[in-house]
Ligand binder design. Structure first.
Ligand code: FAD
Length: 307
């Protein structure tokens, strides 16, 4: 069995693996796709001390850094269940292929995924004008026209954030009213370069083959369709944590995120969590790495107290 088994090979899992392995304890990482969301990212400009990098390059560097240490990497493996430790003191992770892996401590770092609109053109123009992270990609649209899809807290926050950078923001909400907190709505409505459209379904992302040029939405009250010309579309209809396989086993927030304390401890002793899958706010690479490092150290600390 492992002393530390990390489930998830994104920035959080890679950081946890390096911190654990550097303590000389038996460390394993299992991941559906080593690299995680970073693999789907183009330009990265906020990975502090690295002015610019690209997702696939950073993912390869994560893997080669982990491989500097004696870490067992089990790539292309999907965890389907966590069975908390019984009398033998070993937690069990069951895999889709029928196998299972045991460990004294577990670090859950299975990340999250952005909910997509499912509109034609969305996939085609992903990273070519269709974006999901305003903290990451907002500055790329400086002086340009953008839309934010979604009028919940994250959509309205994104629209306020973008309005300070871009030329114009059109906020499109499906419901007949915004769902964000009133204080955020008031702030948004006070901004001069914002248009709010409610009862609207985005039906298509338009582009010229290389980049986004607009979108089409349907007014749900009249069924009329309208075209908005723009350069960027931020989809903010939810970030879904990859915890479906943990429901009923570990404490999750109402949004399905793993509840963690300041040390990354979960509701199960010896099981820690880090990164986008947890309740820790702001889903970013540097934050996931910091949290993963903390979880690695916490797992080590837990082990030395077990005697
Ligand atoms: P993830 O990167 O999501 O990794 C999760 C890992 O868990 C993966 O290896 C996955 O395969 C694995 N996994 C999931 N479920 C299972 C399972 N059941 N069994 C086994 N393995 C599983 N952040 C920035 O800081 N700057 C940026 O510029 C930036 N741009 C982004 C652009 C895009 C398009 C996207 C999608 C995200 C971007 N982000 C950016 C956010 C950043 O990628 C995430 O915050 C970060 O990757 C989170 O790391 P993580 O390790 O917590 O999770």
């Amino acid at each position: 069995p492992f002393e530390v088994l990390i489930v998830g090979g994104g920035p959080a899992g890679a950081a946890a693996a390096i911190y654990a392995a550097r303590k000389g304890i038996r460390t394993g990482v299992l991941a559906e796709r080593f690299g995680g969301q970073v693999l789907d990212t183009m330009g990265i400009e906020n990975f502090i001390s690295v002015q610019y990098t690209e997702g696939p390059k950073l993912a390869a560097q994560l893997e080669s850094h982990v491989k500097e240490y004696e870490v067992d990497i089990m790539n292309l493996q999907t965890a389907t269940a966590l069975v908390p430790a019984g009398a033998d003191g070993l937690h069990e992770i069951r895999l889709e292929n029928g196998a299972s892996v045991k460990s004294k401590t577990v670090i859950l770092s299975t990340g999250a995924r952005w909910r997509q609109m499912g509109a034609p053109g969305e996939d085609e123009y992903r990273n070519k004008g269709v974006a999901y992270c305003p903290h990451c990609d907002g500055p790329l649209f400086k002086g340009k026209r953008t839309a934010v899809i979604g009028g919940g807290n994250s959509g309205v926050e994104a629209a306020i954030d973008l309005a300070g950078i871009v030329a114009h923001v059109t906020l499109i909400e499906f419901d007949n009213q915004l769902r964000a907190d009133a204080v955020l709505q008031n702030k948004l409505r006070s901004m001069p370069n914002v248009t709010i459209i409610t009862s609207a379904l985005t039906t298509q992302v338009l582009g010229d083959g290389a980049k986004v040029t607009g979108l089409i939405y349907k007014d749900r009250e009249t069924d009329a369709t309208h075209t908005v010309e723009l350069e960027g579309i931020f989809v903010q209809i939810g970030l879904v944590p990859n915890t479906e396989w943990l429901k009923g086993t570990i404490d999750l927030s109402p949004r399905g995120e793993i509840e963690v304390d300041a040390r990354g401890a979960t509701s199960i002793p010896g099981v820690f969590a880090a990164g986008d899958v947890t309740t820790v706010p702001y889903k970013q690479i540097v934050i996931a790495m910091g949290e993963g490092s903390k979880a690695g150290l916490s797992a080590f600390d837990y082990l030395i107290r077990q005697g």
